[in-house]
Design a protein. Sequence first.
Length: 147
Amino acid sequence: MKKYGVVVLLFLASLVMIGCGNSLNKMDDQTKIAVKTVMDFKSKYNKKDNEERKDYDFDSGYFPTDLSEKDVLQVYLLKAKNEDKNVYYVQYNETEFSDPELKKKIKDHTRESAATSNGSEFESISKAEFDQAIEQENVTKIFEAKE
């Protein structure tokens, strides 16, 4: 009888672990708003920056202007008393290209930003600031891209 109990417990534990893993692969609505804020800002910034770089006398890196949820690697949440003021720490991939048409890939960069859940505030942050923020006791990982 103990054998069956242990097998059932292992089975239930594996189901719980699988369920938890899947929950990190989906974004809720507030997370999507924060992520969209970050991706839209970076896309607009890249578009303006890419236009300026076309006039440079030397080769410089160009970045995508169509960043979206698909580029997000991880999202962490710092809950606030007012839901609109939740802070989302977003880590995403940004590919650098050598040409304005974004055809010749140079390399991938990992970038970090923070945004509020209502999408009203955005800030690029350094890797050190990101790491320090996510190490806080009240910050929780809520999304991780599938490998």
